[in-house]
Design a binder for this molecule. Structure first.
Ligand code: ACM
Length: 271
């Protein structure tokens, strides 16, 4: 059994040091004793609603100089844990909404959000990293970010790549994702952890964003092992048995992957 967690936070926009420091303090607390992997929200260090590309560029950080990456690598080393978190990443002139996996040995993987939501399209470059699976201790983890849930291909590719657990940093404002991720877990027989944020941002007049919380840990049979509320920061912890994600038999005669009919899907996938 492996102890995994989400940490649902309430970042204050633009205060990277404070947002990171609050998380570090919690991850170092006795509440996290024995947790081997924790997922934080999308853009947890900066907040979400950038007013302009210029503002985003000012707050985005190259991975190697990132305050969040440095601080969380250090926590991961001390606590012998893996941490998945969302951050605004700068790579030369490009700006990505990224998810980073760090562990005791440093950065273990990066995923740049493929499906940008709403005004993110004006701010970020669309992700260019492959959908890959990375080792995190005894687990094999895949990463997706928030709105990627609408595209079932993402979770399916990660499952086909061998993910036991899909980590989803999120800043959800629409109500559908928590239910949809139960389906993603069932249809791919994987664990999933959605770490959403709470609170509101109204940095652009008339555009209030209310983040729905409801972070959750779901098992391959769709059981919600832990779910947060929608108002407060919260940590949720569950013990998972990865064997459940590695058994792809649905019935003694139905195998999730071998029963697929890719030849029948080909035309659709080309559209
Ligand atoms: C979202 O993708 N942040 C809704």
């Amino acid at each position: 059994m492996v102890k995994v967690a989400f940490f649902q936070t309430a970042p204050t926009f633009g205060t990277i040091e404070e947002n990171v420091e609050k998380v570090v303090k919690k991850l170092e607390s006795p509440a996290m004793e024995g947790v081997r992997l924790v997922v934080l929200p999308e853009l947890f260090s900066t907040g979400y609603q950038f007013r302009s590309k210029r503002e985003l560029s000012r707050l985005a950080e190259p991975l190697r100089d990132s305050i969040a990456v440095r601080a969380l690598c250090s926590v991961a080393r001390r606590r012998k844990m893996h941490i998945v978190f969302g951050m605004a990443e700068k790579d030369g002139r490009r700006l990505y909404n990224s998810s980073v996996l760090v562990g005791p040995r440093g950065v273990g993987g990066v995923y740049r959000k493929a499906h940008l939501f709403w005004d993110e399209k004006k701010l970020f470059d669309a992700g260019n990293t492959p959908l890959r699976v990375y080792p995190a201790g005894s687990l094999k983890v895949g990463m997706m970010i928030c709105f990627d849930w609408v595209f079932p291909e993402v979770a399916r590719v990660l499952a086909l790549e061998g993910a036991d657990l899909i980590c989803q940093p999120a800043n959800l404002v629409l109500p559908y994702c928590p239910s949809a991720m139960i389906t993603r877990s069932i249809e791919n027989r994987v664990f999933s952890i959605t770490a959403n944020r709470v609170g509101t941002e109204e940095r652009i007049k008339g555009k209030t964003l209310k983040f729905i919380g409801l972070s959750q840990i779901v098992s391959p049979d769709g059981t919600v092992l832990k779910r947060a509320g929608s108002i407060r920061p919260q940590i949720g912890i569950a013990e998972i048995d990865i064997k459940a994600a590695r058994d792809k038999w649905i019935t003694p005669k139905n195998h999730l992957f071998r029963d697929r009919r890719p030849a029948m899907y080909r035309r659709l996938l080309k559209k």
